[in-house]
Design a protein around this ligand. Sequence first.
Ligand SMILES: Nc1nc2c(ncn2[C@@H]2O[C@H](COP(=O)(O)OP(=O)(O)OP(=O)(O)O)[C@@H](O)[C@H]2O)c(=O)[nH]1
Ligand SMILES: [Mg+2]
Length: 223
Amino acid sequence: MKRIKVEKKLLSTNQQIAEENRRLFKEKGVAVFNLLSSPGSGKTSLIERTVSHLQGRLRTAVITGDLQTDRDAQRIARHRVSVKQITTGGACHLDASMVRKALPFFHIDELDLLLIENVGNLVCPAAYDLGEDAKVTIMSVPEGDDKPLKYPVMFRISEVLIINKVDLLPYTDFDLGQAIKYARQINPAIKVFETSCTTGAGLEDWLRWLEGRVNRLSGATKK
Ligand SMILES: Nc1nc2c(ncn2[C@@H]2O[C@H](COP(=O)(O)OP(=O)(O)OP(=O)(O)O)[C@@H](O)[C@H]2O)c(=O)[nH]1
Ligand SMILES: [Mg+2]
């Protein structure tokens, strides 16, 4: 009983800070996307592909959440983009106050887009709003096509689903149609992109959608 009360309090404090973050992002005209997936589905790979495409098109920064290491931040920094690592020290998710503390690292007035790589986990990050505009869940072919049914909360609260590693489809029993059907069973409005961060297949559609969305969100404030 006591544990439930403490958890509820933590979540409501998180929600307040998330709303403060959201207000700040809106005021500054920064579009923010929270990237979620199991470990290894391709969050960092997608960010690397995305920031390298957006170079000179949108002013982008990245926050990466990791339990222990700064390996992802090092990979992303190679693309000459501003990146701030949050090491959670064991926590299986980012929370809104961690994001707030990371913000002074950036010149937020000069940003159009902030991508946040959450800790690899399809469960606990779902409970923590960070103040983002949208959650993007990535699932990958080797994980199996039933993930939307097994982890429904994550798919319900996401605006976008990226099915990554489609280059591996010929080597698995992953059924693309079935995966999309399961995802839409949980969230009929979810927008789906099929990608391979290795070959580059399908990335154009994702990048076009992202750019359009960022221009709508940040352009409205910055005009
Ligand atoms: N075949 C194939 N491999 C991929 C693809 N995308 C990423 N990978 C590989 O999958 C592995 C994990 O990719 P990451 O981008 O590190 O995944 P992540 O979700 O950031 O992982 P965590 O941060 O540990 O949760 C790496 O070896 C990538 O090269 C893809 O589209 N196809
Ligand atoms: Mg990563």
